[in-house]
Design a protein around this ligand. Structure first.
Ligand SMILES: [Zn+2]
Length: 103
C-alpha cells in the first residue's frame, strides 16, 4: 500500500477517493475523522491522506486525479502579465487590468 496524496481538505480527499473507486481502483482514506485530536499531533499526521491499495494502479490513479483537478479548475485563468490567478468571472486581471487571453 502506498500513499497517493494528502490534503488539508477532507472534501478534496473524498472527491479523489470517489473518483478512484468509480474507476475500480482500490484505495482508502486515512486521518479522515481525526480532527478532534489534532491539538496533540504534528500537523502532517492530522491531514486526510489517500492511500492506494496496489502500487500497480499508481499510473492510472495519477491520471484520474490529474483529470479531476483540471476539471475543478475549469474557467479559472492566470494573468499573462503578472501571473496572478483569476476567478472565471473576471475578464480583466484584478491586479493589473490585463485582458484575459492576451499574450
Ligand atoms: Zn495581471
Amino acid at each position: 500500500m502506498i500513499r497517493l496524496c494528502q490534503s488539508d481538505s477532507a472534501f478534496t480527499i473524498q472527491q479523489y477517493y470517489d473518483a478512484l473507486q468509480a474507476q475500480g481502483i482500490g484505495c482508502l482514506i486515512r486521518n479522515q475523522f481525526i480532527s478532534g485530536a489534532a491539538g496533540d499531533l504534528p500537523i502532517q499526521d492530522t491531514q486526510p491522506e489517500l492511500w492506494l491499495m496496489d502500487k500497480d494502479d499508481l499510473t492510472m490513479a495519477k491520471k484520474v486525479l490529474n483529470e479531476l483537478s483540471s476539471d475543478s479548475d475549469e474557467g479559472e485563468w492566470v494573468c499573462s502579465s503578472c501571473n496572478e490567478p483569476q476567478e472565471s468571472a473576471f475578464h480583466l486581471c484584478w491586479q493589473c487590468q490585463q485582458p484575459r487571453n492576451s499574450a
